[in-house]
Design a protein around this ligand. Structure first.
Ligand SMILES: Cc1cc2nc3c(=O)[nH]c(=O)nc-3n(C[C@H](O)[C@H](O)[C@H](O)COP(=O)(O)OP(=O)(O)OC[C@H]3O[C@@H](n4cnc5c(N)ncnc54)[C@H](O)[C@@H]3O)c2cc1C
Length: 411
């Protein structure tokens, strides 16, 4: 053990600090900024969007029944001819980054890239700031509300909030991880997408190798020759261990080279395919689920639960990437709402979580985890937080008449 004694400068005081700029963080920060809150958002990468952009996750699932920021993003991408293609819902990554940046600037949100959150400042279950590090050094920022949008619930866990992981703490039960990769020169006829199993399965068979995942997709970026492949599957890695994440990434990269070379070598249609790059962000489908004032159950998603404090309406069915290469376990939900209470860590003040790490069962998370829902819950959480700060009340007592569009459209 090294005992460090640190003097950490306080860099600023904010109404809200949003940690993590994925769909949930972007929704939250834009809503907070638009509500007049002095807001900072930070991310360890160099753009906004998280899984949407750094992660290459495409398409944008569960957007059709949503207005708000999700609706704005879709219509602005459409205006620029950068939305469509696969299932009529994939988008161009660079346009997504820039549109989010402009929205953040218009909402007067302060943005810090290349900045890694490292510690939560908490006293008697009240969070009052965080410590982060970047090229300028280590610093603290204080806020009336910290919004944990790290996907992994890092900020809440460090504060001491309770969480669940896998099956009773067994991380090997977590959904498989995937390293996404881009390919170019996609044959013209597949530029609206392709279920790749038939082709990849045959290529793996010819190469005498076992395929790691049986439901791979090629998801082209609209009006282009390139797209992302959702194929690699890594099982049994601990999502909370840096070494395991490194090993999973390396295994993913090896799977990418195999898949690319087999496809090119064994299928004439893909002779001209180019391997562009793998994502800088490993795709982790499942890690911490922070225990909140409400816990989303399997019954909630099967019975279409509604609440007095809704933040998102989910229509996306359960999509569970099972262990041991058994493909996906999918079943239908009845469109349901998520209450704000599922975003408030139980017994804690000064902190809200949004995105895939909110409070719920594994089955529920496997449905609400897609990006349209994360962005919508982040945005509406932002409105709850702004009202709590403005009215100086406990966020649990805030009542908002949010209108979530009523359509029950399944993507
Ligand atoms: C392989 C895979 C494929 C998927 N495909 C789709 C799909 O096609 N469509 C769809 O809609 N959804 C898809 N999903 C689900 C979806 O991408 C995620 O569940 C969703 O993006 C979660 O959003 P989030 O905002 O909670 O977290 P994220 O998008 O993960 O964003 C978290 C952000 O926090 C930042 N962060 C984390 N820790 C720190 C730290 N210590 N310091 C600073 N920043 C930090 C990260 O850099 C990141 O930008 C997929 C997921 C995976 C893994």
């Amino acid at each position: 053990m090294i005992h460090e004694s640190l003097e950490t400068p306080i860099q600023g005081y904010y109404d809200a600090v949003v940690v993590g700029a994925g769909p949930a963080g972007c929704g939250a920060a834009i809503a907070l900024g638009r509500s007049g809150m002095k807001t900072l958002i930070l991310d360890r990468y160099n753009c906004l969007g998280g899984s949407w952009t750094t992660g290459f996750m495409n398409p944008l699932f569960d957007f059709k029944n949503k207005t708000g920021i999700v609706g704005e993003l879709v219509s602005e991408l459409k205006e620029r001819n950068q939305f469509g293609g696969f299932g009529n819902m994939s988008f161009n990554y660079e346009y997504m980054k820039r549109i989010l940046e402009r929205k953040m600037q218009e909402a007067n949100v302060e943005v810090l890239y290349n900045t890694t959150y490292s510690r939560t400042l908490v006293e008697q279950k009240r969070v009052y700031g965080i410590i982060a590090e970047n090229i300028s050094g280590r610093f603290a920022v204080m806020a009336k509300m910290i919004v944990d949008c790290t996907g992994d619930g890092n900020v809440a866990a460090n504060a001491g909030c309770s969480f669940e992981l896998g099956e009773n703490g067994d991380y090997t039960a977590c959904q498989a991880m995937t390293l996404m990769f881009l390919v170019g020169n996609i044959p013209e006829k597949y530029r609206n997408g392709l279920m790749l199993y038939e082709k990849l399965g045959a290529a793996y068979e010819k190469a005498g190798k076992q395929i790691p995942f049986k439901v791979p997709y090629l998801i082209p970026v609209p009006h282009s020759h390139f797209g992302v492949v959702q194929f690699t599957h890594m099982y049994d890695y601990d999502p909370l261990c840096a070494k395991a994440l490194t090993e999973a990434t390396m295994e993913g990269r090896a799977q990418i080279i195999d898949a690319f070379e087999f496809l090119k070598a064994y299928d004439e249609e893909f002779h001209d395919l180019e391997l562009i790059t793998s994502s800088a962000m490993l795709g982790v489908r499942e890690s911490r689920r922070i225990i909140g004032e409400y816990y989303m159950t399997l019954d909630d998603i099967l019975n279409g639960s509604r609440f007095h404090d809704p933040v998102a309406r989910v229509t996306f069915n359960v999509d569970f990437h099972t262990k041991a290469n058994k493909g996906q376990k999918c079943f239908n939900v009845k469109p349901y709402d998520i209450p704000m209470r599922a975003l408030i860590p139980k017994g804690y003040d000064g902190i809200v979580v949004a995105g895939r790490c909110i409070s719920g069962s594994r089955e529920a998370m496997a449905s609400y985890r897609v990006t349209g829902n994360c962005a919508q819950m982040g945005e509406n959480a932002g409105y709850y937080i702004a009202k709590a700060i403005r009215d100086r009340v406990d966020i649990r007592d805030v009542r908002l008449n949010l209108v979530l569009t009523n359509d029950s459209i399944q993507d």
